[in-house]
Design a protein around this ligand. Structure first.
Ligand code: C5P
Length: 418
């Protein structure tokens, strides 16, 4: 399998990580480490107070780059470090952001390397505030944050929870995974799917038999969640219509939880007038029990027969009305097959009036339900067939979003085989 540890939207991005003097500074270490592992170039700037909590060495060891602690550090090319960094950055993340630093940023003060670089920087700024509840709720802090947001800065958190003082309340810094997700969303906001609403169905539907039992399948929802994450990183507005998932709904993605195929069908049609791109990654149960017992079905001697009736074909019905409504502009389906892959997929592509279908052999190892990887072949409505190698589900999702972005611009499979 192709190794793909990097996150596409972070790869090669120049990120400044400003660390200020709050106890949450220790969590900024994780942020620096994960961003670096995901392929970003992370330059850390620390205030004097931050260095009371964590040493610059910790950050430089993890990022492989120098840490700026002095306003007058030379950049090595005759420039002042904070001026050079401000010029080149894709995003400035301040985590944790104390009330003091937020006030400096709001007022345009520049008496330490972090605030001076922020003032000189033209790129976006993402703040992860962390402070005692009283400081956060103080009208002066609230006003500063409002002003920064009005000027186009982004804020993640703070959260409710236990604070350094031992008290419970609002003021805890957002957790590192959330800060990373928000970083991805901010970096991707002007991406190739900006202004496009992508709706994705995911997970295996659950068709109740009685109050405690249901008929379902082995789908975990991983592929759908990877698609939602990728669409978000490409700048799309994303809605995930999902039955219960074994993985979390990604940050920054709207979630519509459903149980049955009928509920998924209703939710999909509800959103249809606002849907630009529909991707059916859900494993929708083809049948449901004809009746749902009010009470738990008791065991008896002998066998039990359950009558199953057909569920609506969601993509099939959306496809049937596409031409009249004009929605969605782009429609993609998946075909999980165990035999006659291409012939079955082609029949589905046509009967559901899809633009593209991704077919995978769910009986093959490393492909299909519950795996981290997928080997898919693409068939488009113009008859092009393109097998992709075994890839991580994240990479399949990224490649599909490149196809979707091209399709929105009216292009076909083109050079997507690479
Ligand atoms: O016909 P089949 O179930 O194999 O088609 C698979 C594709 O159709 C997937 O994209 C799946 O999400 C979608 N589907 C659907 N409604 C159904 C069954 C499948 O939208 N009832």
């Amino acid at each position: 399998m192709e190794s793909h540890p990097h996150v596409r939207v972070l790869r090669g991005k120049k990120i400044l990580l400003g660390v200020t003097g709050g106890i949450a500074a220790y969590k900024a270490v994780t942020v620096a480490s994960r961003l670096t592992q995901a392929g970003a170039l992370v330059d850390v700037l620390m205030t004097a107070a931050a260095q009371k909590f964590v040493t610059p060495l910790t950050f430089s060891a993890l990022t492989g780059r120098a840490v700026v602690t002095d306003l007058w550090s030379p950049a090595g090319n005759g420039q002042i470090m904070h001026v050079a960094l401000a010029r080149e950055t894709d995003l400035f993340v301040v985590a944790p952001a104390t009330a003091n630093t937020i006030a400096k940023l709001a007022l345009g003060l520049a008496d330490d390397p972090l605030s001076a670089t922020a003032l000189a920087s033209r790129g976006p700024l993402l703040l992860a505030p962390a402070m005692e509840t009283g400081m956060w709720l103080n009208p002066v802090t609230q006003q500063h944050v409002r002003e920064l947001i009005q000027r186009g800065m982004f804020v993640v958190g703070p959260m409710q929870g236990r604070l350094a003082s031992g008290a419970m309340g609002i003021g805890r810094m957002a957790e590192p995974p959330q800060i990373i997700e928000m970083t991805r969303k901010v970096l991707g906001r002007n991406g190739p799917l900006a202004g496009v609403h992508v709706v994705i169905t995911a997970g295996g539907t659950q068709e109740p038999l009685d109050p405690v039992r249901f008929v379902s399948n082995r789908s975990t929802g991983k592929m759908g969640v990877a698609l939602a994450t990728s669409a978000r990183d490409f700048g799309a507005e994303v809605t995930l219509i999902h039955s219960p998932l074994q993985v979390g709904v990604p940050f920054g993605v709207a979630s519509i939880p459903v149980g049955t195929a009928a509920e998924m069908h209703a939710a999909t049609f509800n959103l249809l007038p606002r849907t630009d791109v529909l991707i059916g990654a859900a494993a929708v149960a083809d049948y449901r029990p004809a009746t749902v017992a009010d009470q738990k079905i008791k065991k008896k001697s002998g066998s039990l027969e359950i009558e199953l009736v057909r569920n609506p074909d969601i993509l099939g019905q959306v496809g049937a009305q596409r031409q009249q409504s004009g929605h969605p502009k782009v429609m993609v389906g998946f075909a999980a097959e165990t035999e006659d892959l291409l012939a079955n997929a082609k029949a589905k592509l046509e009967s559901k009036r899809l633009d593209l279908i991704l077919v995978n052999d769910v009986s093959a190892p490393h492909s299909g339900f519950g795996t981290e990887t997928n080997q898919v072949t693409l068939l488009d409505k113009w008859g092009d067939v393109l097998p992709w190698p075994l890839l991580s589900k994240d990479e399949v999702a990224d490649r599909l979003m490149i196809w979707v972005a091209r399709r929105i611009q009216g292009k076909g499979l083109g050079d997507l085989g690479a």
